[in-house]
Design a binder for this molecule. Structure first.
Ligand SMILES: C[S@@+](CC[C@H](N)C(=O)[O-])C[C@H]1O[C@@H](n2cnc3c(N)ncnc32)[C@H](O)[C@@H]1O
Length: 214
């Protein structure tokens, strides 16, 4: 019951964030450049999981990829449909529900700042689904909050599980250290794992950037 409340709060929160915006407002950052050879060689569709306003969707479109963009927020998906008519599909979909994609559907799953909102059990369930829908040899690109991300809430709120906090907005937010990354993503080959600063937001943000392979 507790998790249902957090999930509902999360949906309400992100719907408020994803108000109407135009394609001109969407800026890509360069975090995916280091995976360029994987992206260039990928011939299967790309899933942008928790796409939000579509920063990474735009990046993959500009690389000529076939993209399916998903988010729990109806507003986010309406914006994607309006701003990026090139996408194969924009689907309103909650990761806590079963992923309605066939096995081996995607060459890449991109989960940028969207996998740090869940209990460990739910995170594992989501990662199992990501594994299932990727082709053998497929890749996952992930950025998740670091425990050092103090400008964005690290260590704040009620700790309900190791490194998982209930925020003032009534949502869950997880902050990872390297041990968490290696434990939670252990079902994949971890090809790359680096703690980085990112500058998309006004205050500096610290994340783990990770590349996984099935
Ligand atoms: C910090 S934003 C990141 C958006 C985008 N990936 C980016 O980097 O700009 C997190 C996104 O994850 C989505 N999200 C959070 N929980 C979700 C869930 N259970 N199912 C689907 N999307 C979810 C939110 O709606 C939000 O758009």
């Amino acid at each position: 019951m507790l998790e249902l409340t957090e999930a509902k709060n999360s949906e309400l929160y992100w719907n408020k964030i994803h108000t109407n915006y135009d394609r001109d407002n969407i800026k890509v950052d360069d975090w995916l450049d280091r995976f360029d050879s994987i992206i260039v060689n990928c011939k299967s569709p790309v899933l942008d999981l928790g796409c939000g306003s579509g920063n990474d969707t735009l990046y993959f479109i500009e690389k000529g990829k076939r993209v399916i963009a998903c988010d729990q927020s109806r507003n986010a998906i309406d914006n994607i449909q309006k701003n990026f008519p090139e996408v194969l599909e924009a689907r309103c979909f909650n990761m806590l529900d079963e992923f309605a994609f066939a096995d081996d559907s995607f060459g890449i799953v991109c989960a940028d700042l969207s996998l740090h909102y869940f209990t460990e059990t739910d995170t594992r369930m989501i990662l199992n689904e990501i594994h299932r829908i990727l082709i053998p040899g497929g890749h996952v690109f992930v950025r998740v909050n670091s425990v050092k991300d103090v400008n964005h809430g690290a260590g704040q709120g009620i700790e309900v599980e190791h490194h998982l906090y209930r925020t003032e907005d009534g949502m869950f937010k997880r902050f990872f250290d390297e041990e968490d990354v290696r434990r939670l993503f252990a079902g994949f080959d971890i090809l790359f794992c680096e703690e980085q600063k990112m500058l998309r937001y006004s205050a500096e943000k610290i994340v783990f950037c990770v590349c996984l392979r099935v």
